[in-house]
Design a protein around this ligand. Structure first.
Ligand code: ADP
Ligand code: MG
Length: 244
């Protein structure tokens, strides 16, 4: 059996005349953590959003665990159950408690009864260090706490893979670490992850593979040591110089 869990096969994504992903080939193996790096506008978010069908593609195929999940007739609800996503902006429901934020989707999707969903949510909240915040509202939490709720909420759907799009970018520096610690823990537990981040030391530590996007193509990919210590593409070298 193939170890590949997420596969991009010559994926092209356009917005009108603008080609944002240009024949992208990419394989994410089971339990791998793959990080996308690249300048703003290089296509990182778009690539992630294609994985769980938030964007359609114009050419090529995306496979999840061997199933084609791009194109017509895809079960998007089922796909999004298998692949969770967390955004920079948390996207919690402001008028609902933390607990309700965590139970809404599992209950609606029929994944759990209300009692089960609440029990699962409390266990997950304890795991992310927010046991005593179940009845709080999002605005009563710090950004780091809100982001941990968003991650807990995604995990409660028991996804097979998790997409993290710059989830620490909106956080004050002192709150970044608590979110990264949680991501590190999830990675250790073996969930397959794709992420984008500006936290290069973290990317280097946690990733099995780093992909450098440049103008919609993966210009260079490899283990973090190679990408950060022995980059070969001039564009990647220049990118790394700029961020250091
Ligand atoms: P990154 O996450 O690397 O900053 P994005 O994936 O957000 O890059 O964007 C890649 C390119 O696609 C950019 O040129 C951006 O302006 C364009 N783009 C993103 N979303 C849309 C959209 N909904 N409509 C039109 N163009 C878009
Ligand atoms: Mg982005």
């Amino acid at each position: 059996m193939s170890r590949a869990f997420i596969e991009f096969d010559e994926v092209t994504k356009r917005y009108g005349a603008l080609t944002v992903l240009d024949k992208v080939d990419l394989t994410v193996d089971r339990h791998e953590v793959v990080t996308l790096i690249g300048a703003s506008g290089s296509g990182k978010s778009t690539l992630l959003r294609c994985v769980n069908g938030l964007e359609d593609i114009q050419d090529g195929r995306i496979l999840l665990d061997g199933d084609v999940v791009s194109g017509e007739g895809v079960d998007l609800v089922g796909l999004r159950r298998r692949v969770g996503i967390v955004f920079q902006s948390f996207n919690l429901f402001p008028h609902m408690t933390v607990l309700r934020n965590c139970t809404l989707t599992p209950i609606r999707a029929g994944v759990a009864s209300r009692a089960e969903a609440e029990a699962n949510a409390r266990t997950m909240l304890e795991r992310v260090g927010l046991k005593d915040k179940a009845d709080a509202y999002p605005h009563q939490l710090s950004g780091g706490q809100q982001q941990r709720v968003a991650i807990a909420r995604a995990m409660l759907m028991r996804p097979r893979a998790l997409l993290l799009d710059e989830i620490t970018s909106a956080l004050d520096p002192e709150l970044v670490i608590e979110v990264l610690n949680l991501v590190r823990e999830l990675a250790t537990d073996g969930i397959t992850m794709m992420m984008t981040t500006h936290e290069m030391p973290f990317a280097r530590e946690i990733s099995s593979k780093v992909c450098f996007l440049h103008q919609g193509t993966i210009l260079e990919q490899g283990p973090p040591e190679q990408i950060f210590e022995a980059p070969s593409a001039p564009e990647l070298r220049s990118f790394l110089r700029k961020i250091h």
